[in-house]
Ligand binder design. Structure first.
Ligand code: GTP
Ligand code: MG
Length: 330
């Protein structure tokens, strides 16, 4: 199986820091034989924090990240000194990451913005030192609180791709080939169905410093929403793409019908997908002459922009990038 540059599910064991114990101490110095309580509070245990990073596209960097342990808080000291807080652990994740508890499956955090920081697993509170417990009737409390324990457990990070453009098409439509010519990605390409088994991402470098992300997805066939082919497992990835590029090969027997089937599969899966911006690209156009192009153009839905491209002869690709950029930024 091809190796994906795309990791969208990570399981990690998380443990936040225990709170430091409060101190039980009485002031003593050469002038004070029996001073009052001066035990400081314990420091808070380290949190595990998630931070959004718009420069990341997958959870690949966390692949070998199995245990995340935040530092324990330090105990309180004498002279009312508060213990140092345990160091937090910050995990950087791409936008669109959802953090869950493995056992309950409950969604705990969702990261959608660059720089957004959310405490995922909270460190334990530090215990109060004995100076907090002095009362008029008990001026020498022997009691100090222990720190609160941190929490631990198996957690899951999941990613719904936030790629700007999702490639939608039947198997063999030329999706991976297109990705390989407009981005630096090197997906597997072959003339049989379901060459692509996992989503592949690539960045299009566009007119100098602009760029956008394209996701090449496994092919969709009629009945995908009911599980045919690779099923609709991958359709969830296009939920967040802002633009869908339908790839219909020039040699399709019926271009309009092929588009309708894809459209219906998306609709079956999730109506909301139909709200996205659509573009139709007729791929493998090197096989067409002008007359055929004109005939195909007439069949296609008139309210959706279309373009003829060929990855092999590299025609129409600049126009395609222009059209995608315009659509993404409108
Ligand atoms: N003539 C011609 N052939 C092409 C073009 N683009 C792709 N092909 C051929 O079409 C076949 C399928 O290409 P892929 O890019 O693997 O298709 P895919 O849509 O990714 O297919 P799956 O991963 O199976 O869904 C390959 O044999 C390519 O060489 C093109 O622009 N012109
Ligand atoms: Mg492919």
């Amino acid at each position: 199986m091809e190796r994906s540059n795309f990791i969208d599910h990570i399981r990690i064991f998380c443990k936040s820091g225990h709170g430091g114990a409060g101190s039980r101490h009485f002031m003593r110095n050469k002038l004070t034989a029996y001073g009052g309580p001066d035990g400081g509070d314990g420091g808070r245990g380290g949190h595990i924090i998630l931070r959004g990073n718009s420069q990341m596209w997958t959870l690949l960097h966390l692949r070998y990240f199995k245990n995340v342990l935040a530092e324990d808080g330090h105990p309180g000291g004498d002279n009312n000194r508060t213990g140092r807080e345990g160091k937090d652990v910050i995990i950087e994740v791409p936008l669109g990451t959802i953090a869950k508890d493995e056992e309950t499956g409950e969604k705990e955090v969702e990261i959608l913005e660059h720089g957004q920081e959310v405490i995922w697993v909270k460190g334990g509170r530090g215990g109060l030192g004995n100076s907090n417990f002095a009362t008029p009737t008990n001026q020498a409390p022997e009691h100090a609180q222990p720190g609160e324990p941190g929490s631990e457990g198996w957690k899951v990070l999941e990613l719904k791709v936030l790629a700007d453009v999702g490639l939608v098409g039947f198997p063999n439509a030329g999706k991976s080939t297109l990705l390989s010519v407009i981005t630096a990605a090197k997906p597997k390409i072959a003339d049989y169905a379901f060459t692509t088994l996992t989503p592949q991402l690539g960045m299009v470098q566009y007119r100098g410093n602009k760029s956008f992300c394209v996701a090449d997805l496994p092919g969709i066939i009629e009945g995908a929403a009911e599980g045919k082919g690779l099923g609709h497992r991958f359709l969830r990835h296009i939920e967040r793409n802002s633009c869908l590029l339908f790839l219909i090969p020039a040699d399709s027997a019926d271009h309009k019908k092929e588009f309708d089937i894809l459209y219906n599969e998306l609709e079956e899966y999730n109506q909301e997908l139909l709200q996205k911006d659509f573009i139709i690209a007729i791929s493998k156009s090197d096989m067409l002459d002008d007359e055929l192009k004109e005939a195909i153009a007439k069949e296609l839905p008139q309210d959706i922009p279309h373009i003829f491209i060929s990855s092999v002869t590299q025609t129409g690709l600049t126009e395609l990038k222009d059209l995608l950029w315009k659509t993404l930024n409108k």
